[in-house]
Design a protein around this ligand. Sequence first.
Ligand SMILES: [Mg+2]
Length: 373
Amino acid sequence: MNTEIIEKIDTTIVDLPLKRIHKFSATTINCKSFVIVQIHTKNGVIGIGEATTPGGPWWAGEAVETIKVMIDSYLAPALIGENALQINALLQKMDAVAAHNPFSKAALEMALLDIKGQVLNVPIYELFGGLSRESMPLKWPLAQGNAKADLEEAEHLMSFNVAQEFKVKMGYMSPEDDVNYIGELCRGLNGKATLCGDLNATWSELTTQKYLPELAAHGMDMLEQPVAAWNRLALARIRDASPMPILADESVCSPQDVNETYRLGSADMLSLKIFKHGGLTRTHQISQIAAANGIACYAGTFLESSIGTAAFMHLVAAQDNINGGNELVGPIWLADDIVEDPVQYKDNHIWVKHSPGLGVTLDLDKLSHYQRV
Ligand SMILES: [Mg+2]
């Protein structure tokens, strides 16, 4: 049996700059915060991982500050002295120590997988069944809240072959203004690119039913999570009436959520995110349950750096069923990265890393430069 005993776990909060502001339904951010995890083994192997949220605790209740405390005070002490290669056993150990907190657990599991890949000398996609695809087309989130600026950004990205598909954040203005905004963007894109919208659970069922036909008439091609996470019945009724596919995000975090979504018929596609599911192993499990039920999956994002992006891309590269698109744009959306060898983008695609483990190396100068003091 291979053994890599965990000796020490370091956590560091960093605040990375953005190229431009980013508006969510609940907040606007101008920098992005991460908890960077380094797990050291007694043999001298170092695995890295990260956790990030969309900007504070509004999405899932966890924020970088709580993630650091949860890891330092509870999860790391449970892992010290254990064999880093026994990842399933360590996931159970973390669950026994702390309920919930999937973002914190995902950061640690990412570093464990990085160690395992390095020790076995394979990229992480080999741990999930091997390579099915090398790249995926990119969908870019427009989120400046200014149609002229959003359209200029879209034109720029299309002209440099970064992305030909777009998504817009909704829900921070009135429904009428949201619909007009979508109309303005669709007219500006003029059929050159697709546009979907993410409401982040901010509309009621009635509001959604009222405005869906107008959104479709403008040319929007998919609607993400219009209503509250718990309200899967409303989502099913909206889907029945919808002229466009419905993507579930906040509604689907656990394996049981996938079962319920299938039973009620409340989504055409599921947005997977490594942090809301508690890491790559559990995201893989969810994608396989979705596959067994004939539901496609989409690679969603909390706007990770190259560390989290490389991690998710390993699973996307291995799992056939994550084929509905991806928005793993973090490394080119950030104004600076935290690794020496960032994830690569070309020809409107993101590309998987082929080096052992995650395939990215932490830039220690940048770690100390961006460390929160
Ligand atoms: Mg979403």
